[in-house]
Write a protein that binds this ligand. Structure first.
Ligand SMILES: C[S@@+](CC[C@H](N)C(=O)[O-])C[C@H]1O[C@@H](n2cnc3c(N)ncnc32)[C@H](O)[C@@H]1O
Length: 216
């Protein structure tokens, strides 16, 4: 079992509460917007967690669209599967490693707060681009340090977000943050190499970055 699986296995219920906090919904909306989805599309969410993006994705793909959620942690998927009872959303959930997704021919891929977890984020992004093929869109939403001078004290809070979104117990605090930043950078660089018509935007005073592009 990986660090991420044991962490999210223990904290699925708490994570679900944080993931659905009111402020986070607007970031999810913009992530879904960046995929330029149309009714009937198939969208795959890598590391879907407790399914917090499902409502914004369903709004865009409509009742005929297909949403596939891939996550490696059973407890997160169990929590996600409880959602339809509350909201009537139908989603195909698959327990699998999103670095090697067992899905092809999607129209778009969304990965929110996951790129910083993978050992080899560039090859995960390659697999995601391959799963949509030319013309498909891929979006990465991640926490980051804010470049704004005014935000300097709040950058400490960023470390807390890193702990929550990319758990790991074997590294010191500073190395953990550096590893997280290196992974997010590697994922963004690979997405930049693989795509055209890219959009980059920041939210929450620069603490959240969203990069999306169309696979070339
Ligand atoms: C910070 S949560 C993000 C969940 C969701 N994307 C969201 O925005 O709320 C990270 C998720 O990635 C999952 N995860 C970690 N490594 C993974 C892997 N190799 N393959 C699939 N899912 C993975 C964890 O189980 C967890 O549910």
């Amino acid at each position: 079992m990986t660090d991420a699986q044991s962490f999210y296995g223990r904290w699925a219920r708490v994570y679900d509460w944080v993931a659905n906090a009111p402020g986070v919904a607007s970031w999810r909306d913009r992530g879904a917007d960046s995929l330029a989805l149309a009714p009937g599309d198939t969208v795959v969410e890598m590391g879907c967690g407790t399914g917090a993006n499902v409502p914004v994705l369903r709004e865009r793909v409509g009742p005929t669209g297909r949403i596939v959620g891939i996550d490696v942690t059973r407890a997160m998927l169990d929590r996600a599967r409880e959602r339809p009872a509350r909201t009537g959303e139908t989603v195909h959930y698959v327990q699998a490693d999103a670095a090697r997704p067992p899905v092809r021919a999607a129209d778009a891929v969304l990965a929110t707060f996951v790129a910083g977890i993978f050992e080899d984020p560039a090859s995960a992004v390659d697999a995601w681009c391959d799963s949509v093929g030319p013309g498909g869109r891929v979006a990465l939403l991640n926490f980051q340090r804010s470049p704004s001078a005014l935000a300097a004290p709040l950058n400490l809070a960023f470390e807390g977000f890193v702990r929550l979104s990319a758990p790991g117990t074997r590294l010191s605090r500073q190395s953990h943050v550096s590893a997280f930043e290196r992974r997010v950078r590697a994922a963004r660089e690979r997405l930049t190499e693989r795509t055209v018509a890219r959009r980059y935007e920041t939210m929450a005073g620069g603490f959240v970055g969203l990069l999306s592009g169309t696979v070339a």
